[in-house]
Design a protein around this ligand. Structure first.
Ligand code: FES
Length: 109
């Protein structure tokens, strides 16, 4: 088993602690979809290409994430409801290093 725990606060404010596999090459956007924590069609619209910001989330704790890549940075520059702790879920890969990450889904666009 190589699951880690990730806490996701959905758009209704409900907290979900979920098991996230580190060996399936998944990202946070795909995890949210897999657990159906956001309605179909409201997250992952661009398929994880950093081109839609539907997967925007706010990082709630101090788990250290890899730096944003230029595509993520550019998309967040244009997106709505962006805060200092905004990230794109599709650009955060599920690895053992992010065990315990807590995040909140940004409002639907
Ligand atoms: S799914 Fe489109 S930017 Fe992440």
């Amino acid at each position: 088993m190589s699951d880690i725990k990730i806490t996701i606060v959905d758009r209704e404010g409900v907290r979900h602690e979920v098991d996230a596999p580190t060996d399936m090459n998944m990202n946070i956007m795909e995890l949210v979809r897999a657990y159906e924590l956001a309605p179909e069609g409201t997250i992952g619209i661009c398929g994880g290409m950093a081109m839609c910001a539907s997967c925007q989330c706010y990082i709630l704790n101090d788990v250290v994430l890899p730096e944003k890549n230029p595509d993520e940075d550019a998309m967040l520059w244009e997106a709505f409801n962006v805060k200092d702790n905004s990230r794109l879920g599709c650009q955060i890969h599920i690895t053992p290093e992010i065990e315990g990450l807590e995040l909140e889904l940004a409002p639907d666009m």
